[in-house]
Design a protein around this ligand. Sequence first.
Ligand SMILES: Cc1ncc(COP(=O)(O)O)c(C=O)c1O
Length: 330
Amino acid sequence: MRLAALPRFPLCQLPTPLQRAERLEAALGPGSPRIYLKRDDLTGLAFGGNKGRKLEYLVADALANGATTLITEGAAQSNHARMTAAAAVVAGLRCVLALDTRNGADLAGNLLLDRLFGADTRLVAGKGERRAAMAQIGDELRAAGEIPYLIPTGGSVPLGAAAYVAATLELARQLNDAGVVPRRLYVATGSQGTQSGLVVGQRALSQPYEVYGVAVEYPRDDLVASCVDLANGTADLLDLDARFDAGDVTIDDRFVGEAYGKPTPGGLEAIRLLARTEAVVLDPVYSGKAMAALIAHVRAGVFSPDDSVAFLHTGGGPSIFPFGETLLAG
Ligand SMILES: Cc1ncc(COP(=O)(O)O)c(C=O)c1O
């Protein structure tokens, strides 16, 4: 595997902890499996999250290509945009963000942090307008003599996904040291870079668990197709002799609710439960919905008390702040 040969710009504090959530297990009752949290909310860069790992590879590539400015896109409360803005600061680059305001644009949480990190934030109305905005920003910067490096949504290209093959190596060591054999690894899945890297890592390292993606948007078929493409692209990048198809990808879209970015009752309950049992902060857009799936499955008796399950906490904490009262109601 070519993983170790890929240049990496250090941004994260690794390894992130793997913690057993015994108070959460107790709150879920005697039928609960052992639950392990892989704390990628603690990757260390600017409030942490899964994007830090991907950005280590993407920023290294940007620097190798002589880039002066990072450009990326996302929703106004994008964690990826916030971490890209922070990574640019650390790498001495400028940052321009194309952000859509379909779920509002309160100057709080991630949008506030983007501006605090000095990013140039360009707001567009809908997701569909982001791609054109990115291209236009690229042209504008090139005309001004800058060298832009475009990072697609979520950093979800094979080079970004490779970070979650490396994360699997880290997790596999921790599970092995702790003697833990989880049945599933739950993860919130959006642009698929994280899940595809985990799927490749699971196969390459013969891990015992099923990577269980919990969708945060529709339609599921598109998510599965892009996860398969990214997994194959990542395997190629790493010179791995592995092929993936839809049968290798588990994505559950029953916890999305109305749409991307819209909180669900289950997600809000999960946020409160983790806060009050483990003092762990989930978010309403991603990790809360993934934890809602795990909790629903425990309550439905999918696991026995002898089972172990793992949950990749992908971060997202800063996006709770615009939700205020909604989070506490219930
Ligand atoms: C907190 C959080 N969790 C999960 C994800 C999903 O990761 P991916 O886009 O790689 O599917 C994101 C993406 O923005 C995120 O911010």
